[in-house]
Every structure is written in C-alpha cells, then in structure tokens.
Design a protein around this ligand. Structure first.
Ligand SMILES: O=C([C@H](O)CO)[C@H](O)[C@H](O)COP(=O)(O)O
Length: 211
C-alpha cells in the first residue's frame, strides 16, 4: 500500500517544505485542488521540479473541458490527474484517452456518485478509483467514511481519501486500497516528517484498518 501526500491550503513554498520533510515515507505527491486554484498550473511544474523522482498527482477534479485540462496537467509534469466520476461519460472517456496518449493515468474520484454511476465507471479498469469523503462532508457533517469503504472491488486499483488519521487506519480489513491519500494528518502536524513516518510504520507492519 502506497502513501499519497495531499498538499492543500498551503503556499507552494510550504508545500515543498512539508513534502521534503515527509519525502522518505511517502510514494506519491498530490498537488491539491486548492494549490491549483490558488496558484495555477505552475504549482505542478514547481513541485515536479522539486521532486523529479516522485509520482506527481494533480488533483484537478476535472468535470468538463477534459482534453484541455488533462493536456495541461501532463504537459506540466503530472503522472496522474483526477476526473470527477459524476462527469458526463464523454468527459470521463476523454480524460482516459488523454492519459493513455501520454502514457499516464487517470484517477476517477467517486465523490457523490451513486451505485449505478459507480457500476458503469468500473468498466474503466485502467483508471485508479478514489473512494473519497469530501472536506465539506468531513468539516460540516462529521462524515468519516464513504459508502464504498469495505466493498472495494479488488480487481480494480483503489485509493481512499478524506480525513484519514493514524487512528482510522489501525487495523486493515481486506481488500486494502492500493493508495492511502493523507493530507491534513501530515500537513497540519507539528512534525510532518514524523507524522508521515508513523503512517509508513503502521502500513509496513500491516496494522491497517480503513474504517
Ligand atoms: O481531495 C481532497 C479534498 O477534496 C480537498 O481538495 C484532499 O486531498 C483529501 O481530502 C485528503 O486530505 P485530508 O482530508 O486532509 O486528509
């Protein structure tokens, strides 16, 4: 299981500093949606430049204008870009095709998709699926777990995101996600390097439960 560090609500300099402190314990670096909205496309190129050997995820959350936005992401150095599962099928397929054209990957964010939408998205088995509890659901409704959790289809690639803490991953039931997306539990910690190392230790010791 890999760790994706989500960098949100930070300046680019803070984001690079935190990623540097956590670098040894993480596998992927996510240029968060807030960085893209605040600082634009250069946020991804600056972070790729600082971490040329890390997999860079651009959490652009595309919902329209697929080819344009995904081209921007991959030209700026992203390895993975995100598209919302609630988008029209044309958008989803254009994102997947653009990713394939560049030899990169699309991550489909299942936020707010219903069961029928999820079923039809699962045909796109080149994608990584992200089971996501949004910031607003976390912060305004106290939601901790999505309805997809515990039913991850193990024939697909999975990421889980949204308010993940050390407490919430103490023991893991099968199947495990391929990627744990962790943001504020590391970025808001007094010691991001130590926080990231603690996540890695729990994962390496196989003591993870996503609940
Ligand atoms: O995708 C995210 C969110 O929608 C804000 O853009 C975050 O990257 C994701 O939620 C992980 O961050 P934490 O919830 O702080 O762990």
């Amino acid at each position: 299981m890999k760790i994706q560090l989500a960098l949100d609500r930070l300046s680019i300099e803070e984001a690079i500093q935190i990623a540097r402190e956590a670098e040894e314990s993480i596998d992927l670096i996510e240029v968060g949606t807030s960085l893209i909205k605040e600082f634009g496309i250069s946020s991804v190129s600056k972070i790729k430049e600082a971490f040329p050997n890390k997999t860079i995820v651009r959490d652009i959350k595309t919902i329209d204008n697929a080819v344009y936005e995904f081209e921007l992401c991959f030209k700026a150095g992203a390895d993975i870009a995100t598209v919302m599962g609630v988008s029209p099928v044309q958008t989803i397929e254009a994102c997947l095709n653009t990713a394939a054209k560049h030899g990169r990957t699309a991550m489909i964010d299942l936020l707010n998709t219903n069961a029928e939408q999820k079923d039809s998205l699962f045909q796109y088995n080149d994608a990584i699926f992200c089971d996501h509890v949004s910031k607003d659901e976390q912060e305004m409704a106290g939601k901790k777990k999505s309805s997809t959790a515990q039913s991850l289809d193990s024939s697909l690639q999975w990421a889980v995101a949204g308010g993940i803490t050390l407490d919430s991953i103490n023991k893991m039931t099968e199947p495990h996600p391929d990627i744990l997306i962790i943001g504020s539990a590391i970025t808001q910690s007094d010691d991001p390097g130590k926080a990231a190392a603690a996540f890695k230790k729990v994962i390496d010791e196989g003591r993870v439960e996503y609940q």
